[in-house]
Design a protein around this ligand. Structure first.
Ligand SMILES: Nc1ncnc2c1ncn2[C@@H]1O[C@H](COP(=O)(O)OP(=O)(O)OP(=O)(O)O)[C@@H](O)[C@H]1O
Length: 788
């Protein structure tokens, strides 16, 4: 323990001059990799098969120093492997890094996670992720090893991983661990644009570690206000950096109060026995978002020493374990369900939370509506209840008898505030259709004021994008197609964007289940994501999607395809995956906020992206209205400037003859997918019927039951189709697969489309030129789908 503290002290002396971050060096010695104090990584109970974690060891507080092609490990103290240093997982600064999974008990409509804001991955250090993959296959491991050798990176012994920095350094097995990778450009990041925000040198250094040279608009607007002590309602478009807008002031406050080792929280010598008062509690509507926020804040704190202990409280870990972690937590990020479970079972914990400095309600409109409202509301009420405590300052009642918690700032953030929030807060049903709309500034303010116990009567309301919640670099379009042609048009859109990382939203889990294998049959890198998937599979899909089709120096690995994530709205909010190029709404969103948040998964952080709605003819008019409502402010502001008054979502025009040439592939792929799904379902149904028959003591006769299915009645047509699909023999399926392979091996001839005919004929030689052959699935060039 002493050793650990001493190390942190040394690192703590590394504060740099504002403006530029400089490398600091402590009294560390070069140590052979074998002699570093490796420590076995504890495997979370939830991982039955350990997901490759068995045998993994980690080491913290080690600096990887790279000079040319040489790499040396510098550690304050080297010890033999048999004498590892004392680990302090429960003390301030230790990381909450066990992956506690994605809940399947979250409402299906709940949104998901994001990814690195850190500009680039560290090249010189051994990456955390590699530890996770130790067991993923010998081949892959050898491949990686070779690559590393080439780069001159340190050779890692099997099962060992070096993690960056001493404080939050435990292995983070969440899919958002990439968020904790910090930029190796930090050394060069000029952070002088942050100067007006008056941040401490240590915070500037932390921001430089992320490689962020300027604050975003919402950060610029809100950070000084929050640091000055104001309550805040912050609204800004998706992907505009709201997390750090509240994260930076929270960490700043923590730094202010924990600037020395002698002043660490409410603890003291008996800290382990006592409940620490956390600096902040951040409420998140979904587990995935909570994990992302945790990773984001840990990334911010990764270079700080001492640094706050950031801890997430979501389902997946035992309540007991989380209570232990919470005892030492400085910043707690959690979903209302699990938080309430943990808080309500411990008086001292609840009391400690009452003393915190910040309460953050992220994605407030979602959190205070739908399924979470009840628990979020209980947490808020419990926090506001006054209890006499030695640690928590007593508050005065105001003239109305309401208790004002003057020591606590409340921060509320979202890109949207919708009408369903208004109804929930007003506890009454709104008029028809109103829940689909977004709220005006005044309305949002009024209702948030009713629900949250702000310290001042008028919290600051900052809307940095009052005209539009949509990201600036976003292009929006709509494709009209027959209701039964959505699969075909989806495939055509994907063919038009062969290298684009694409996120496809559906309104139902069954559509995800159907579309993912269908597109996989078409040799696309389609990955499913919905709330009924097992946690590990969800995690895998996100990881594969995040890693898919990565370009190194603008070159994609040969044969590597960009990922296509087929998801329900579980992925709509907060998901921050780098470089999503296209969002496709396979089903039109049910409400305006869903449209904003789904579309906001692309064009993040100043990037560009496309959002495309697939609409059946009867859906087109209401969808256009919904999009127009989202842009209503935009239109009004344009009117003020004498421009056109209405926003029209752009109609995209796919070449229908070209689309129809995709049909043979699609129908083969569909037959195969239907048969596979029907067989799986059939097996499950049969199993269920067998056990039901057994329980009833009757004989199970599958033929009789099949006949029963043909008698008619509701669902009998579907059942018949399923039976037909199921009846395909192995040989027939193999034949279909062979036909499909043959079709997929030929490119689609775009050269004789109507566009070419009207364009003046086809130059076959031109079409067969190498560069034309290489562009996706089409032979010949195809026009763009209609965006400029
Ligand atoms: N100052 C900055 N400079 C550059 N990038 C930044 C900056 N601040 C944050 N980012 C990056 O911008 C991305 C979006 O940030 P964040 O996830 O906080 O957005 P958000 O506004 O919360 O989005 P959403 O409303 O969709 O949840 C992240 O990848 C983050 O790392």
């Amino acid at each position: 323990m002493d050793l650990y503290k001493k190390k942190r002290k040394v690192q703590g002396g590394s504060a740099t001059k504002p403006g530029k971050r400089r490398r600091t060096s402590g009294p560390k010695k070069a140590v052979a990799a074998d002699l570093l104090p490796w420590k076995t990584v504890e495997v979370p109970e939830m991982f039955d098969d350990a997901e490759g974690f068995y045998g993994l060891e980690e080491v913290s507080g080690v600096k990887v120093v790279k000079s040319g092609n040489q790499v040396a490990f510098h550690a304050a103290v080297a010890s033999s492997p048999s004498a590892p240093p004392e680990a302090a997982p429960e003390t301030a600064g230790a990381g909450d890094d066990e992956f506690d999974g994605f809940d399947d008990d979250e409402p299906d409509t709940a949104p998901t996670p994001p990814s690195p804001r850190a500009k680039s991955k560290p090249k010189g250090s051994v990456k955390e992720k590699e530890g996770k993959r130790e067991k993923e296959g010998k081949k892959e491991k050898e491949g990686k090893k070779k690559k590393k050798d080439k780069k001159g990176e340190p050779k890692k012994e099997p099962g060992k991983s070096i993690l960056k920095n001493g404080s939050q350094d435990k292995l983070d097995s969440s899919p958002f661990s990439a968020l904790q990778e910090v930029s190796d450009e930090a050394e060069e990041t000029d952070v002088s644009n942050w100067a007006p925000l008056d941040l401490s040198p240590r915070m500037l250094s932390a921001v430089a570690t992320l490689g962020f040279s300027s604050p975003t608009a919402i950060q610029k607007a809100t950070i000084p206000q929050i640091i000055a002590g104001h309550d805040m309602i912050g609204k800004a478009s998706t992907g505009s950096g709201k997390t750090l807008a509240f994260g930076i002031p929270i960490v700043e406050k923590w730094l202010e109060e924990n600037s020395s080792e002698d002043n660490k929280g409410a603890g003291g010598d008996d800290e382990e026995e006592r409940q620490k008062i956390p600096t902040a509690l951040i409420l998140s509507p979904t587990r995935e978002l909570a994990h992302q926020l945790t990773a984001h804040l840990k990334a911010l704190c990764s270079s700080l020493s001492p640094c706050p202990y950031v801890c997430s409280v979501t389902g997946g870990l035992s309540v007991h374990k989380q209570q232990r972690q919470l005892r030492a937590a400085d910043i707690v990020i959690g979903t209302p369900g699990r938080l309430w479970e943990v808080m309500s079972s411990s008086g001292s914990l609840l009391n400690a939370f009452r003393g915190m400095k910040f309460l953050v309600v992220d994605e407030a409109d979602r959190l205070l509506s739908e399924g979470h409202f009840k628990e979020a509301s209980e947490i808020l009420q419990a926090l506001d209840r006054q209890v006499i405590s030695r640690d928590v300052p007593r508050e005065e009642d105001d003239e109305d008898g309401d208790t004002k918690l003057h020591h606590r700032q409340t921060l509320v953030f979202s890109a949207t505030f919708n009408k369903s929030l208004q109804q929930k807060l007003a506890s009454k049903k709104g008029g028809k259709g109103s829940r689909f709309d977004l709220m005006s500034t005044e309305e949002s303010m009024e209702y948030l004021l009713k629900k949250l116990n702000f310290r001042s009567d008028k919290p600051k309301f900052l809307d940095v994008n009052p005209v539009s919640q949509m990201a600036e670099g976003l292009q929006e379009g709509l494709v009209e197609c027959g209701a039964m042609e959505k699969d075909l048009y989806l495939y055509a859109l994907l063919m038009h964007h062969p290298n684009a990382r694409t996120l496809v939203f559906t309104n139902s889990i069954s559509s995800v289940r159907r579309l993912a294998p269908l597109l996989q049959n078409l040799e696309l890198n389609a990955l499913p994501l919905h709330s009924q998937m097992p946690q590990k599979a969800r995690l895998r899909s996100i990881e594969r999607f995040t890693a898919s089709g990565e370009e190194k120096n603008k070159v994609r690995k040969k044969g590597e395809k960009a990922g296509i994530l087929i998801a329900t709205d579980v992925a709509a909010r907060g998901l921050d995956i780098k470089a999503i190029d296209v969002v496709i709404h396979y089903h039109v969103p049910r409400a305006a906020d869903a449209y904003v948040h789904r579309s906001g998964r692309t064009a993040r952080a100043q990037a560009s992206g496309k959002s495309i709605l697939l609409c059946a003819p009867e859906e087109a008019a209401p969808t256009r209205k919904l999009v127009a409502r989202v842009h209503a402010q935009h239109a009004a502001s344009a009117l003020g400037q004498g421009k056109k008054t209405k926003f029209y979502v752009r109609t995209l025009d796919l070449d229908r003859r070209l689309v129809s040439r995709l049909k043979p592939r699609l129908s083969l792929a569909k037959k195969i997918a239907d048969s596979t799904l029907a067989k799986e379902k059939g097996n499950k149904d049969e199993q269920w019927l067998r056990s039901a028959a057994e329980e009833l003591g009757v004989e199970y006769d599958s033929e009789e039951l099949d006949k029963a299915g043909k008698w008619g009645g509701r669902g009998s047509g579907r059942r018949q189709k399923e039976a037909e699909a199921r009846s395909l023999t192995k040989g027939e399926l193999a034949q279909l697969r062979a036909e499909l392979r043959e079709l997929l091996s030929q490119k689609i001839n775009a050269g004789v489309s109507t566009r070419y005919i009207t364009g003046g004929g086809v130059d076959v030689d031109e079409l067969l030129k190498d560069e034309m052959m290489g562009t996706g699935e089409f032979l010949g060039s195809v026009g763009s789908v209609g965006f400029d």
